[in-house]
Design a protein around this ligand. Structure first.
Ligand SMILES: Nc1ncnc2c1ncn2[C@@H]1O[C@H](COP(=O)(O)OP(=O)(O)O)[C@@H](O)[C@H]1O
Ligand SMILES: [Mg+2]
Length: 236
């Protein structure tokens, strides 16, 4: 099944619901994202942001509803087909980075090329590492990097193959203000230079403010964000 329209949305969710461990996280999530658009999903810790992003990435399956990548309903594919398609369609930045511990920063960024059966584009990988401020650590292993540094390498890796869809889970969560600004600009620049679509889930209203569209994940629903809503993280 494909989703209608001359140019199908880069990402679409139709009636998506998910319950985990007997707890309903969200229900009836509908959205469409075209190339070049950026969307921030803002929600409190535990609201289901990572779960929603994993559904968008085809790492988990929805209880009801459908996820489409460029018009393809991914529930019609088996796990191997999803993995092969994900490699080309989706650049993923996990909340826990998931860098390969035995590979250097540069080798981690080059890995998607190898998985795709291609010779790594070393110049591009080094340029991406420079853009995220990691040019001085190309030969470092993850254990030699701070959490924020690993996050920046993970972002470079996600962009390596110019994916049409970039999914980022709290990409600024472990960064100081300057580096948070820097990685947001890299993600947004990828969006405009490569015409990619970007979804970022975050608890930070400030990080979200850089993106075109903002939605709230709260009370089991994804809804338009009103101007008056403040940061869901209470306290100083
Ligand atoms: N595999 C799982 N089994 C049961 N509950 C889970 C599982 N993964 C996450 N949860 C629960 O689902 C809720 C949402 O988790 P998550 O999507 O990680 O939220 P967020 O990213 O917004 O903090 C949390 O309460 C979490 O404890
Ligand atoms: Mg999370």
């Amino acid at each position: 099944m494909t989703l209608g329209g001359a140019t199908p949305a880069t990402l679409a969710l139709a009636g998506v619901s998910k319950t985990l461990g007997g707890v309903k996280l969200f229900t009836e999530v509908n959205l469409q994202l075209q190339s070049g658009q950026s969307l921030a999903v803002i929600g409190e810790s535990g609201s289901g942001k990572s779960t929603l992003l994993h559904l968008m990435a085809g790492l988990d399956r929805a209880d009801t509803g459908e996820v489409f990548w460029a018009g393809t309903a991914i529930h019609t594919l088996n796990n191997n087909q999803i993995a092969a398609k994900r490699l080309r369609h989706v650049g993923l930045v996990f909340q826990a980075y998931y860098l390969m511990p035995h590979l250097t920063a540069q080798q981690n960024v080059e890995l998607p090329f190898l998985l795709a059966g291609e010779k790594p584009n070393t110049a591009r990988c080094l340029q991406l590492l420079e853009q995220v401020g990691m040019a001085h650590k190309t030969g470092s292993f993850p254990r030699e990097m701070s959490g924020g540094e690993q996050q920046r390498v993970a972002i470079a890796r996600a962009l390596a193959l110019n994916p049409p869809l970039i999914l980022a889970d709290e990409p600024t969560g472990n960064l100081d203000e300057d580096n948070a600004e820097r990685v947001l600009q890299v993600l947004l620049a990828a969006c405009s230079a490569q015409d990619s679509a970007l979804v970022m889930v975050t608890h930070s209203v400030k990080a979200a403010s850089h993106l075109n569209h903002k939605l709230n994940l709260a009370d089991h629903h994804l809804t338009e964000r009103t101007q008056t809503q403040s940061n869901p993280v209470a306290g100083p």
